[in-house]
Design a protein around this ligand. Structure first.
Ligand SMILES: NC(=O)C1=CN([C@@H]2O[C@H](COP(=O)(O)OP(=O)(O)OC[C@H]3O[C@@H](n4cnc5c(N)ncnc54)[C@H](O)[C@@H]3O)[C@@H](O)[C@H]2O)C=CC1
Ligand SMILES: O=C(CO)[C@H](O)[C@H](O)COP(=O)(O)O
Length: 302
């Protein structure tokens, strides 16, 4: 299959590489010329504009957007969609708000698939988990691409109609916040508590057979190995927060209480208010874990 990929950053580049490895042809565009050149070196056909991308794809174009959520998605769609034919399929693999996705599915004259993507840059090796919303025929048409980008056939599924893919990913991220918070609290008590513990050894032991083993716990182990048991100069400053905020907003609207996810989100806001970079160990671990799974910048003490 031939796929256009728009947005060649941390995540989009993985879409490109995994599709090429699976034998698909890729036409690639990013507003950044260096990113375009790198994708061309990897074997994609790099183009200089969105109209060029549409022209290169010809009939039945299939396009994967992997740009930052919000205005960049609408900007790309506004420029791209008029150039695509009636049978076009567009996937938005970023962290868009599900209501933006339902709006776009109505507004743009293409088959629109909203695709929650999980796995972060580590997905380069293993593939992503993909949660897809939108028309069934379009999902089925793109299964060869989803097989390549995901861990395999079990790593993707259609969640339901437009918006459902990003809705499921929003809740996934709320769960992610709460898991990071609870690991952080446990390690904070171990760090401040009665014994002088090697936290990498604790995490490694837990990761081997314990009830609470997980990938996030493997990333805790990696963080302690690389930063030390005291997390070195990692600051109490946790960035991000949009997807967790949406999860809490939706919980209020649905009257479904989510106290743990709300608390984890509040801890992030609290970390930014304190401003001294010292503070809570749990929040310092969350800061470092965001690098582990998403290659987000680590805030360091001055
Ligand atoms: N980093 C992560 O772990 C994860 C990120 N995501 C989501 O995936 C999306 C992309 O994230 P990353 O790859 O991490 O971001 P990134 O910042 O590494 O890459 C974004 C790329 O999009 C390009 N871009 C921006 N506007 C553009 C436009 N109008 N046309 C063409 N290219 C444009 C930028 O030049 C950049 O190369 C975001 O929505 C993000 O929330 C989803 C899951 C995990
Ligand atoms: O979707 C992701 C992981 O699943 C991204 O890494 C996202 O950026 C995480 O959310 P936040 O930036 O609010 O920590």
């Amino acid at each position: 299959m031939e796929l256009g990929v728009v947005g060649l950053g941390r995540m989009g580049r993985i879409v490109v590489d995994r599709c090429l490895d699976a034998g698909h042809d890729v036409v690639a565009f990013d507003i950044d010329a260096d990113a375009r050149a790198d994708a061309a070196d990897a074997g994609a056909t790099a183009v200089d504009s969105l109209p060029d991308l549409a022209a290169e794809l010809g009939d039945d174009p299939r396009v994967w957007l992997m740009v930052p959520a919000g205005d960049p998605v609408d900007a790309a769609l506004d420029e791209l969609v008029p150039e695509l034919g009636d049978d076009a399929i567009v996937v938005d693999g970023g962290n868009s708000h599900f209501e933006d996705s339902t709006r776009r599915a109505d507004e743009y004259d293409v088959a629109y698939l909203d695709c929650g993507t999980s796995g972060g840059p580590a997905g380069a090796e293993h593939g992503f988990s993909l949660m897809v919303g939108g028309p069934e025929w379009a999902y089925e048409e793109l299964i060869p691409v989803f097989d390549a980008v995901a861990t395999g056939p079990a790593g993707h599924d259609r969640m339901g109609p437009a918006g459902s893919g990003h809705y499921v990913k929003m809740v996934h991220n709320g769960v992610e916040y709460a898991l990071m918070q609870t690991y952080g609290e446990g390690f904070e008590l171990l760090h401040e508590g009665r014994y002088d513990l090697d936290l990498e050894a604790v995490a490694r032991t837990w990761n081997n057979g314990a009830v609470i083993r997980s990938w996030l716990l493997e990333l805790c182990e990696e963080a302690f190995r690389e930063e030390g048991s005291d997390l070195g100069d990692v600051a109490d400053h946790v960035a991000g927060g949009s997807t967790g905020t949406w999860t809490v907003q939706e919980s209020l609207e649905q009257e479904v209480p989510l106290p743990l996810i709300y608390q984890a989100l509040s801890e992030r806001f609290g970390s930014r208010a304190s401003g001294d970079g010292e503070g809570r160990f749990s929040r310092r671990l969350a800061n470092r874990l965001r690098y582990g799974f998403g290659r987000h910048d680590v805030a360091r003490k001055e």
